[in-house]
Design a protein around this ligand. Structure first.
Ligand SMILES: [Zn+2]
Length: 78
């Protein structure tokens, strides 16, 4: 799938490789579909686990624990 404009800010996108695009505002956009799993963990005190993203896109933003199943498959192939 080819993408021309950033879905977050509307600026033109530059394709870097395969399905990875960036805009002039440095948003990283992935133009592929891949299965992923996420979960919300809540303890007995009804406190939810919130993570802080360590990777782009959205590095430093709040997030919930998740994993791309495609990434797991690629690691097994390595
Ligand atoms: Zn953007």
């Amino acid at each position: 799938m080819e993408m021309n404009f950033c879905r977050r800010c509307g600026q033109p996108l530059t394709n870097h490789h395969d399905h990875v695009y960036t805009c002039t505002n440095k948003h990283v956009i992935f133009a592929n579909t891949s299965p992923a799993v996420s979960a919300v963990f809540v303890n007995d005190n009804k406190e939810a686990l919130i993570a802080i993203r360590g990777l782009e896109p959205g590095i430093g933003n709040f997030d919930i624990p998740a994993v791309s199943l495609m990434a797991q498959k690629l690691r097994k192939m390595a």
